[in-house]
Write a protein that binds this ligand. Structure first.
Ligand code: BGC
Length: 753
């Protein structure tokens, strides 16, 4: 791109322009982009000085080369930067590295506009927390917010301004590897978590140097890829889109999320990065989104193989006109927008608007005040892996674990038991931190299960370890050693599961069994007759029918992060009573997929109690029910639900619905319970799901303690997209359920009149 026609204005002059706008008494982020007159004056005046090329430059994002997640199309990003043709860079993750690039932007470009640095900070930056799906299993919004806050503290200290998170895609197909990156299958839980994560990343003031821009991704319906194959086609009704897939995006927006990322998939024939309906009609016009939209990695270029654009130029035209503001890694805006303006296919106004949205975010971060404010190497050293953060990561990991089975109270283990610790993940320090673990250390910083147990017990004298087998492959040569140590033990703890690389982007699977010969290993150990405690690490719901038959206890630990082994030890030995609940249904087999709790009834619902009831909606070979339902998770104690009451039986459209229920800890341990409230609208102008989560409350109950829990529902909680697509509640009968999971509930009814 030629720049020699640009008027060279000394940086000092611009420094003066910038500083004249910064002596304001109000912090930049106190005012939203639309209501910040000082910002508007500043950006207006800057835009007036920018050439068309420089405006286009703001819409260009390239990776700096490290940690790339797709094809590298253009290595010339440094020369683009010097020409003012690059507004943002991703995948630089050190204060020093970012400073070096920023210096070029400030000192060697005509206008000295600061760069924006992005990175995928997904479940921690240095201190790695459990994978996002694991965090969702905690149902603990404060802790989820805290996790994002810690990630922002650490990432911002490494010069990062912007994270490509949270991923808020609802996912109901565990074949899709990216299930691990989201919050599971449910609209309400997913929306609450989306908000918590945005709060955590962005904090209360974007102009502070420890807060970062969040990005709601991947907009939209990416989680509904056909057959669970990544990047695949999505074809769905507008009602399904609006009811299930869009609400977490709207929730993130309501929480003030700064940016949106488009998705790779097409939706009803139109790729998301060229989708005007999604990007302009809904996001800008209906929802009034004020931040900027970035594409996913080269997704504008991919509109060609999609069969939507005949060449790059047309793809660029379609993307910018649909509402994309920034091109990630594709180089299409860089190479084509100027020509498209000259040919009147794209208006300069549209490009000015895109540049404005991006500049506004730079302003709100305070980068025009001080472009180097995030690059303090001392702060970087002091911030990373602070003890406080490690403690938080351990706490989050403990809360994320879901106890799926605990026969004969085999757990918690008593400290003096002789333990055989077996499995490819038992001494692992690498997979345990999970996929997309940013700058987390894979070489010894993370605590393995072995180390966690040893530290908990103060010695390893009662622990005999062998690997047994690899995660994948056929080698059974270590089975005999595993059997030998199992025979010498009181209990066998087996740590099995997937490799971290089996979940995440482009990691779809059609077989959801525990891979390799790990199943055979359990079978071999089962023959010893010793009790088996199975600890699982995995990035998605697995098919566990066999394991559920043979193991005495199963603890779903997901990929629990840096402190994972310590957290697992706390749970196994009872220092922490597990409280996690599944954010996704676990199927019996792959043939049941998609399977989720809020399905529709059909005209021929199957009642498993009625024998010989043919011609019903069912399978011949397995029940319709999942192996473990949404919201399911055991505790070492037991909880009794009683006295479910609604303040009235009939409500008019102006009244709130007050619900109360009493929960009693009837077991021997103090413990936390997640009390879940669901509704069903029994008849509607369009059919409604059998259950919909509307509220939940996580709370601690001491042994013997009873607590009355109160929930208030409003009319909005009863509303849905009716036959004419208006979002409203309809008069009629409702069922209301409260319980310990989506299946095991008390039930009552009320009417809306
Ligand atoms: C992923 C995004 C990610 C981006 C940048 C893409 O391949 O789909 O989730 O944020 O790369 O790394």
């Amino acid at each position: 791109m030629k720049t020699n026609h640009l008027i060279i204005i000394p940086i000092v002059v611009f420094a003066l322009i910038f500083s004249s706008c910064t002596n304001s008494s109000k912090s930049q982020s106190e005012l939203s982009a639309t209501s910040n007159p000082e910002m508007n004056i500043f950006i207006d005046s800057l835009l007036q000085k920018m050439t068309l090329e420089e405006k286009i430059g703001q819409t260009v994002l390239f990776t700096a080369g490290a940690d790339i997640t797709g094809p590298t199309l253009d290595e010339n990003y440094v020369s683009y930067l010097k020409e003012g043709m690059l507004g943002a860079i991703f995948n630089i993750h050190s204060a020093k590295g970012a400073r070096d690039f920023q210096k070029i932007a400030i000192e060697e470009t005509r206008l000295g506009i600061p760069l924006l640095f992005g990175y995928d900070v997904i479940h921690g930056h240095k201190t790695i927390f459990p994978i996002s799906l694991g965090e969702a299993a905690s149902w603990d919004l404060k802790m989820i917010e805290r996790s994002a806050r810690v990630a922002a503290e650490e990432a911002s200290a490494s010069g990062i301004h912007w994270t490509f998170a949270p991923m808020v895609d609802i996912a109901r197909d565990p074949r899709w590897g990216r299930v691990s990156e989201g919050a599971g299958e449910d609209v309400y839980l997913g929306s609450q978590i989306a908000k918590a994560r945005v709060r955590g990343f962005q904090g209360d003031d974007l102009s502070k140097n420890n807060t970062i821009l969040a990005c709601a991704k991947h907009y939209a319906a990416y989680g509904a890829a056909e057959a669970g194959r990544d990047y695949n086609t999505v074809d769905m009704s507008e009602r399904a889109l609006r009811s299930t897939y869009l609400p977490p995006f709207k929730a993130a927006l309501d929480e003030g999320v700064a940016t949106f990322m488009t998705s790779f998939n097409e939706l009803n024939g139109v790729p998301a990065s060229g989708n005007k309906f999604l990007l302009s009609d809904i996001l800008r016009d209906e929802w009034k989104f004020d931040g900027f939209v970035v594409t996913d990695y080269t997704s504008i270029n991919e509109m060609i193989p999609h069969g939507f654009s005949k060449n790059e130029k047309q793809a660029g035209e379609q993307a910018i006109n649909a509402g994309v503001d920034m091109d990630m890694q594709g180089g299409i805006f860089l190479r084509n927008l100027k020509n498209l303006v000259e040919e009147n296919k794209v208006s300069e106004k549209r490009i000015t608007t895109a540049a404005r949205k991006i500049l506004e975010m730079k302003y709100r971060l305070g980068l025009f005040d001080d472009p180097y404010k995030y690059f303090d190497e001392q702060r970087e050293k002091d911030t990373h892996c602070k003890q406080e953060y490690l403690d938080d990561a351990k706490d989050m990991a403990r809360k994320s674990m879901v106890l799926l089975k605990n026969e004969h109270e085999v757990l918690p283990l008593s400290k003096n038991k002789k333990i055989a610790l077996i499995g490819p993940l038992a001494k692992d320090e690498s997979h345990i931190i999970g996929s997309w673990s940013a700058q987390g250390d894979r070489s010894g910083k993370a605590i393995s299960v072995f180390e966690g147990m040893e530290a908990f017990l103060g010695t390893s004298k009662n622990i005999k370890y062998t690997k047994g087998c690899e995660i994948e492959g056929n080698d059974t040569s270590n089975f005999s050693e595993a059997i030998r140590i199992a025979k010498q033990s009181d209990v066998v703890v087996m740590v099995l599961g997937e490799s971290e690389g089996m979940s995440g982007e482009a990691r779809s699977r059609t077989n959801l069994d525990v891979p390799g010969v790990q199943k055979e290993l359990i079978a071999a150990i089962k023959k010893t007759g010793k009790p088996i405690v199975l600890v699982l690490m995995n990035g998605r719901p697995l098919t566990l029918e066999y394991e559920n038959k043979v193991a005495d206890a199963i603890l779903e630990a997901w990929f629990p992060g840096t402190m994972g082994g310590a957290a697992i030890a706390d749970v196994l030995f009872g220092a922490y009573n597990p409280s996690g609940k599944l954010p996704s249904t676990f199927p019996r087999n792959v043939g049941q997929i998609p399977i989720y709790y809020n399905y529709k009834n059909t005209g021929r619902p199957w009642d498993p109690e009625k024998k010989g009831d043919n011609y019903k909606s069912r399978y011949l070979d397995v029940p319709n029910s999942p192996l473990f339902p949404f919201g399911y998770g055991l505790s070492y104690t037991s909880f009794n639900y009683s006295d479910l009451k609604i303040n009235k039986n009939e409500f008019n459209f102006n009244e709130n619905i007050e619900v109360s229920v009493t929960i009693t800890n009837t077991g021997k341990y103090n413990g936390e319970e997640v009390v879940q409230l669901y509704i069903q609208d029994v008849f509607g102008s369009v059919t409604r799901p059998v259950k919909e989560l509307k509220r939940f409350k996580k709370m601690m109950l001491k042994t013997g303690e009873s607590k009355k829990v109160l929930f208030t529902l409003t009319l909005n909680d009863l509303a849905f997209y009716t036959q004419d697509m208006s979002f409203k509640a309809e008069a009629g009968e409702f069922k209301l359920f409260v319980g310990t999971n989506s299946d095991d509930v008390l039930e009552t009814r009320f009417e809306l009149k």
